[in-house]
Write a new protein. Structure first.
Length: 373
């Protein structure tokens, strides 16, 4: 058995575990998977709001740092040793917890030692063969970490797993032998067989996105309730709002290039943004139309039909708007009266305008609420 395992595990493993090891050494279990897996020892980070954090760029604050082993289905004996800075370090470890092992009842903690900038933890299976662990990731210990730097820090610069095979190792089934193990540095001569495992104290975490993209097309509505639309409407503003009804992002629907892309829009907004509004706050107004987004993922195809003949933006299409529409027939081209988007305002549009007047119940625009997910 490894010298450090003797010194450390023997000192901390209780009588039950010590007795268990005595049984394991004489066990006749078949060899396990040693040398066929890809163990990975790493840290994952959770900030004080409970959100995942990137250990490469930790800002000032408190973090929960989980030490995780993945890539192994069984563990018989394991130990990790980590060295960390203590003098004038912007990263400090306030506490170490192994409550996480309640999730792995057959993997017993031999003990934890944390002093003078060195953290050591040892584990052993109480099963005859080995403790089954989650190969996708088993949390071995949790650190309470505080970062005090005014600049982002990389956790790996201040906390590093020791690559000495006698200090950090993982053994699979007891049937593989009590000494043969996965280690971080297989070039170190040992009296036992070693196989490579890897470690990263601050891996490139795939964090949940901070923003989502909402995209679609603003359409000219073909009915006053805005349930359907036809052509893309150019130059219309799209707004996103926070929970306090403040505008946090805005864009303008595409007005250039091929007609097939007219009305296209795209907004990048913080995750959790649900409230949006289509409208034009220029002197020539259209009916402002709210819509909502359900969920926290990217949304495509958020197509919003917009009634263009509520010219005074009062939520009604009625004779008050008729005079402004009539002026468009007699004067210069007016995009918000061009319902078929053909570049002309004429009797073809007059017919659709009449349908808007007849189609509105009590003159109210938008009887339907649009929600996209």
């Amino acid at each position: 058995m490894k010298k450090t395992l003797k010194k450390f595990v023997a000192a901390f493993l209780a009588a039950v575990l010590a007795a268990g090891l005595a049984v394991q050494m004489t066990a006749t279990a078949a060899p396990g998977t040693l040398g066929t897996e890809e163990p990975f020892l790493f840290c994952e980070f959770i900030d004080q709001n409970g959100d995942a954090a990137d250990g490469n760029t930790l800002t000032a604050g408190d973090y929960q740092v989980n030490i995780v082993l993945s890539g192994m289905a069984d563990v018989s004996v394991m130990q990790f040793t980590a060295d960390y800075a203590t003098e004038n370090s912007p990263v400090s470890i306030a506490a170490v917890s192994t409550d996480c092992l309640e999730e792995v009842p057959t993997l017993s903690l031999g003990g934890v030692k944390n002093e003078n900038g060195t953290l050591v933890a040892a584990y052993a299976s109480t099963e005859e063969a080995a403790s089954a662990v989650d190969s996708a990731g088993t949390v071995l210990a949790t650190l309470d970490v505080t970062v005090s730097s005014s600049e982002p820090v990389d956790f790996r610069d201040y906390f590093r797993f020791n690559a000495d095979p006698d200090l950090t190792f993982a053994e699979a089934d007891y049937g593989d032998g009590i000494e043969d193990a996965y280690v971080l540095d297989t070039s170190v001569p040992t009296a036992y067989s070693t196989y490579l495992m890897t470690a990263d104290e601050s891996p490139e975490n795939e964090l949940e996105p901070d923003t989502i993209t909402v995209s679609g097309k603003i359409l000219i509505a073909s009915d006053a309730q805005g349930e359907s639309g036809s052509f893309g409407l150019r130059g219309v503003k799209v707004y996103a709002y926070d929970n306090e009804n403040n505008v946090i992002a805005e864009t303008v629907s595409n007005a250039s290039g091929d007609a097939a892309t007219w009305g296209d829009y795209s907004l990048e907004v913080p995750v959790g943004t649900t409230a949006f509004m289509v409208g034009d706050y220029a002197p020539d107004t259209i009916a402002n139309r709210p819509f909502t987004i359900a969920g926290d993922a990217d949304v495509t195809g958020a197509n919003v039909p917009v009634v263009m003949c509520d010219y005074n933006d009062d939520g009604f299409v009625n004779t008050t708007d008729t005079s402004q529409y009539g002026a468009a027939l007699r004067g210069e081209y007016y995009i918000y009266a061009d319902f078929n988007n053909d570049g002309n305002v004429n009797t073809t549009d007059t017919s659709q305008y009449g349908s808007f007047l007849r189609g509105c119940k009590n003159g109210v625009v938008y009887a339907t609420q649009l929600t996209f997910e």
